[in-house]
Write a new protein. Structure first.
Lengths: 258, 479
């Protein structure tokens, strides 16, 4: 018996258990967890579903974008959804941005270009609050990262409206939502069946809209996920092979010592 | 530093350099032929691993700093720009943010390994103290770094931690204003934090250099805790430990990369993806996981130290006085009786007045918590003098071994408690903060009571005559 592979086990266990400690750290919240959905992007090999992303973007355009900005995205980023350059140009040109000053010192409006950021619905936070009875619709660029278990959470919020339960007092102009912390939410139920026309055969239901727009928002918050996983897989395989070689070398080197 | 008599190198270029600045001789002596105990287990990999993580953090950090903007209006967006528009910016940032966690994982294992095998004992006290200095610098650097993305947890974490200094009497408030560079956490705070976050890693690097230098003066400890007695006990650092460290490092990097590429946000708090907002306080302000045990100790102290406690202490001292005097200077027993009566009257009335709400607060609960938190690390500095037992390794100290493993469990439990809301319950039975207090008590008890007690009383198992003999005995029992 030269080198005991047993020796590395306790070390690995300690290291692994330390990795587990932080997991415990993010448990507390008063609202129930939104139910887990089936996502094509979950797991080590998961990828985005381009058709779902495009449908989700359509839901965002037609519904969410009336109040919610996505200021970290540019129209050119839509190539991640599978749109080509001409399609992106045409999508962008539907929006108008303020530019300038021109040579005469005047600000002017022009159609948006692929290099422009998504046009926000309100000029500033105060305008957004004023239009929404004091509530500020959050920017959605990072929403699935900024909430615990974000993709399921967004889906849960969009489908979690119901009559008040557990005797919760819901003030005038507010709504009851199962998965919102505190249950009282300022956003009116944004989705209902057939509210956004889909071009394919996908069912036009609240649940499907919610799933598609959560998919789109997950992409928006984490657009490099597919690259990340692809590179990560190569890195891990490389490291494992390298570690295997070093282990074999180490065994040979130490064998004459013991 | 490679000076003194030197062997000639065959390569003329190497020889030319080495005869003028003996860099190659230095490397050869300190990392080539350097004798190292041959019985290290894999826990000895973590020093090298921590070193690699430090370099990883500095390299990724410098590149990130080229893209980051330290301004309260732009910091959050500049980090998002790194994530979206900078080539491989997401990878750099995830390597950096998860790198902090894995640097701490490596360093925690390194520290507790040192405690378990008695690496802090003579002649390695200074080596150990330099290590604790590195750990403190790491904590400062990590805390400051977490503020830079200017998310909600950045802002509110900074608020909680900097406010701790306000607990200090008299100088507290001025210190906080001085740290902030103003009367609230704002742009000057962020700017100086960025400057310090760039500076401190290089200070750490310098102290690591001293740490390694000190290590190379007295040599490594080893799992047996017995000093090497001759060449049969050691191997040369290269190739034996360069190869073994490389293997251990690669296994560690696999775990690290699993987080970087497959769960990059799982160690962070979702709230830090919300831009900092001084008007909205998050429901639970939680520090990064590596601070949680100390955060739990901070929160465990919820009581103040008042004249009631001082009075009680005086009464106890008074009661003990006659006995002490009888034993050590029996001629003064009359005085002792008078003293005892006086103590009981003075102390007793202080305590009674305190019960009637007339008391002086000496240490507020907040100051008590802050003192406990910093004290928890300060104890590490004096560990070589709290534990004066001549045997180093826990392998030969059964009592120390059991109580130390309990300390590690205690520390992990504190970490869990630190992650929970302050009003959490223990299985719905009683407040979790009570468990936190008990764990804190054991933590301090271990250092200030158990270690000195065991130093005097612990009976050890027979030490092996040498490392070589220990290795032979182990191999025999395993084959």
């Amino acid at each position: 018996m030269m080198i005991k592979s047993k020796k590395i086990l306790p070390v690995l266990l300690v290291a692994l258990s330390l990795c587990g400690v932080p997991k415990l750290a993010s448990a507390a919240s008063d609202a129930p967890h939104a139910p887990k959905q089936e996502w094509s992007f979950s797991g080590m090999f998961g990828t985005y579903d381009r058709a779902s992303l495009q449908r989700g973007f359509k839901v965002y355009q037609n519904v969410c974008s009336a109040c919610h900005a996505m200021k970290h995205l540019s129209y050119r980023n839509l190539d991640g959804l599978g749109y080509n350059e001409a399609q992106i140009k045409s999508i962008a040109s539907n929006y108008s941005v303020s530019d300038g000053p021109n040579e005469e010192g005047e600000m002017f409006d022009r159609p948006a270009m692929p290099s422009d950021r998504f046009v926000s619905p309100y000029p500033n936070e105060n305008a957004a609050k004023f239009a929404n009875a004091g509530a500020l619709p959050p920017d959605l660029s990072l929403i699935t990262k900024a909430r615990h278990d974000g993709s399921n959470y967004v889906h849960g919020i969009l489908t979690g409206y119901s009559a008040p339960e557990h005797g919760t007092e819901v003030p005038e102009g507010k709504y009851y939502n199962k998965y919102f912390p505190g249950h009282v939410i300022s956003m009116a139920p944004p989705l209902s069946n057939d509210i956004v026309p889909y071009e394919d055969e996908t069912p036009q239901t609240t649940d499907q809209y919610a799933a598609d727009v959560s998919h789109f928002l997950t992409w928006a918050a984490d657009p490099y996920m597919e690259d990340r996983k692809r590179i990560g897989l190569r890195v891990i395989i490389f490291l494992l092979v390298f570690a295997g070689i070093m282990y074999a070398y180490k065994r040979r080197l130490w064998s004459d010592l013991h | 530093m490679g000076s003194g008599p030197r062997q000639k190198f065959d390569n003329p270029v190497v020889e030319w350099v080495d005869s003028r600045l003996p860099l190659f001789t230095l490397m050869q002596r300190e990392y080539g032929a350097f004798p190292v105990p041959k019985n290290f287990n894999y826990f000895w990999n973590f020093g090298a691993i921590a070193g690699v993580m430090l370099v990883t953090m500095i390299v990724t950090g410098i590149v990130l700093a080229m893209q980051y903007t330290a301004n309260t209006h732009m910091a959050f967006d500049s980090v998002e720009r790194i994530m979206r528009d900078v080539n491989f910016g997401w990878m750099l940032r995830y390597m950096h943010s998860n790198g902090a966690s894995f640097f701490f994982i490596a360093v925690y294992i390194h520290i507790f390994r040192g405690m378990y095998y008695g690496s802090y004992k003579g002649p390695r006290e200074l080596l150990w103290i330099l290590g604790v200095v590195i750990f403190l610098l790491m904590m400062a650097t990590a805390f400051i770094g977490y503020v830079l993305p200017w998310g909600q947890m950045s802002y509110w974490g900074a608020t909680v931690i900097t406010n701790l200094f306000s607990a200090l009497p008299l100088v507290g408030e001025p210190i906080v204003t001085w740290l902030w560079g103003g009367f609230s956490i704002d742009n000057p705070t962020l700017n100086r934090f960025f400057a310090l976050h760039y500076l401190l890693p290089f200070v750490i690097f310098a102290v690591v250099f001293l740490h390694v230098w000190a290590l190379h003066i007295c040599g490594s400890n080893n799992p047996e805790g017995v000093e090497p007695k001759g060449p049969q006990d050691t191997v040369s650092f290269h190739p034996y430990y360069t190869i073994k460290d490389s293997f251990g490092l690669l296994v560690f990097l696999v775990l690290y990369c699993l987080f970087v590429f497959f769960a990059p946000d799982s160690l962070g708090h979702p709230d830090n993806y919300i831009p900092a907002n001084p008007l909205v306080t998050p429901a639970h302000i939680v520090p990064e996981w590596y601070f949680l045990p100390f955060y739990a100790i901070l929160r465990a102290i919820t009581f103040e130290i008042t004249s009631f406690h001082l009075g009680g202490l005086i009464v106890l001292a008074g009661l003990a006085m006659p006995m002490g005097v009888k034993r050590f200077c029996p001629d003064y027993q009359m005085f002792a009786m008078v003293g005892a009566v006086l103590c009981v009257i003075v102390g007793g009335s202080m305590a009674l007045m305190a019960l009637n709400d007339t008391y002086v607060v000496f240490i507020t609960a907040k100051l008590g918590g802050v003192l406990a938190m910093f004290g928890a690390i300060a104890l590490w500095f004096v560990m070589p003098w709290l534990d004066t037992h001549p045997v180093r390794s826990a392998r030969y100290r059964p009592m120390f071994r059991a109580l130390f493993i309990l300390l590690v469990i205690d520390f992990l439990a504190l970490g869990y408690i630190g992650s929970q809301p302050a009003d959490a319950m223990f299985f719905g039975l009683f407040p979790l903060s009570l468990v936190g207090l008990a764990c804190t008590a054991y933590y301090f008890g271990f250092f200030v009571a158990i270690l000195p007690y065991l130093s005097k009383k612990e009976v050890v198992r027979t030490l092996p005559p040498s490392i070589h003999d220990a290795v032979l005995a182990r191999n025999k029992s395993h084959s």
